[in-house]
Design a protein. Structure first.
Length: 407
């Protein structure tokens, strides 16, 4: 680890982050523990490791603790899909039914419920780009907004672990209507799980094997996968949630977790476990224009395209969204090919840079990559839901407040 001053950051101000997290979140028990890595100009400038990985057993959080990263799986799956785009096997404008024929008959919800849905025709076909930017018309059952969401819950379409493999998932999904015609709105959804299926179908490799061979092994992400191997289970953190009274309670015991077994459903939208160090290697690859330590994952031109706002008409999430989450509740944010992007910094009312890419996971994990400042930040903890505390915004402020030199 370099000294922070060598990369334009203040040691004293970075220490504020540890003090803040300890006093506001860890010591009062709002979070079981917290880990933060700050990478700038080719160096790990700061790391915070606080609290417990498992409160029930008194196990301390460590730098190599394993976490459920949930939706931080999505950027990895999106990169995997773009590798196939680069190879000419698929194009962003391709209709999805080119590879999933059953999707050609999808309609948009008009009325009814599971088994009795009435639909209207799509105004436009669903294209691959719609899956990457969440404008395909799919949803998540946990959003509980209507009859389509209810059907997802009934069929356990976004359960982890899921009751069926990727082929079975696609077959069930094809029986349900879309919430809107592709391109008409943005809705956080199972889109990236569909991308995981497509990576498998187009490459001819099992999805998990593709990720291992093409991303994890080249980037030396040895601790990232769809389950925790037996030899590593002592490093696996407990996951917590808030009960109806706001008390932090155990949600997933690490000694009995479904993440200890190889799952039938390899969820490209939320199925991975990882460490802060592994995910930082993924972020560094993004920061380095698609390569790390000699391993080229995608080209810099592909990555730059992914970090543009691809929402139709250049609109923002607040204009198009049917489902706003903690990652996207402020203005000035669009969506690229796999993650949110800052399009108007002043409108976000936060400190940062134009063109940042970022996202988070259901258990309050988060990351952002700032190419302007040659900066990447990874935050890990394990508490559901992710929207309960404003910690992601607070961390941005604290990290950027530690700058002594800026681009």
């Amino acid at each position: 680890m370099s000294t922070p001053e060598a990369v334009g950051l203040s040691s004293q101000r970075l220490k504020r982050i540890d003090t803040f997290l300890q006093a506001k979140y860890v010591e009062p028990g709002l979070l079981p523990g917290a880990q933060l890595q700050v990478w700038r100009r080719g160096q790990l400038a700061h790391e915070t490791v606080l609290g417990l990985a498992d409160r029930e057993r008194g196990a301390p959080l460590k730098s190599d603790t394993l976490y459920r990263i949930y939706s931080m799986t999505k950027p990895i799956t999106s990169i995997a899909f773009m590798m196939l785009v680069e190879e000419g096997r698929v194009a962003l404008e391709d209709p999805v039914h080119r590879f999933i024929p059953a999707f050609k008959d999808l309609g948009v919800f008009a009325a009814g419920s599971l088994g009795m849905f009435q639909t209207r025709p799509l105004a436009e076909p669903m294209r691959m780009i719609d899956l990457l930017r969440h404008t395909a018309g799919f949803t998540y059952g946990f959003q509980q907004r209507g009859n389509v969401d209810a059907a997802y819950r009934k069929l356990h379409l976004d359960d982890l672990p899921g009751p069926r493999d990727l082929d079975g998932f696609i077959a069930e999904l094809a029986k349900l209507p879309l919430e809107f015609s592709p391109g008409e709105a943005w809705n956080y959804s199972v889109c990236t799980d569909v991308l995981g299926y497509l990576v498998q179908a187009i490459s001819g490799q099992p999805f998990d094997q593709f990720l291992k061979d093409r991303i994890f092994e080249p980037l030396k992400m040895a601790d990232t996968g769809f389950f925790v191997p037996e030899a590593d289970q002592a490093r696996f953190a407990a996951c917590y949630s808030l009960d109806p009274k706001g008390k932090v309670v155990l949600q997933d015991d690490p000694t009995q977790s479904p993440f200890l077994k190889d799952p039938l459903f390899k969820s490209g939208g939320g199925g991975l476990v990882s460490t802060a160090a592994d995910y930082m290697r993924f972020c560094r690859m993004i920061l380095n224009g698609g390569q790390l330590d000699g391993a080229r994952i995608v080209s810099p031109k592909t990555l730059k395209a992914m970090m543009l706002n691809h929402l139709p008409g250049g609109r923002e999430l607040t204009e198009m969204s049917k489902s706003l989450f903690s990652e996207s509740v402020y203005d000035g944010v669009g969506f690229g090919l796999g993650f949110a992007v800052t399009t108007d910094l002043a409108r976000t009312r936060t400190i940062g840079s134009l063109g940042e890419a970022f996202w988070g996971g259901m258990a309050s994990t988060a990351f952002w990559v700032d190419p302007v400042e040659d900066l990447a930040v990874v935050f890990m903890t394990q508490l559901m839901p992710s929207s309960v505390y404003p910690i992601r915004r607070e961390l941005r402020t604290l990290v950027y407040a530690a700058f002594e030199e800026a681009a």
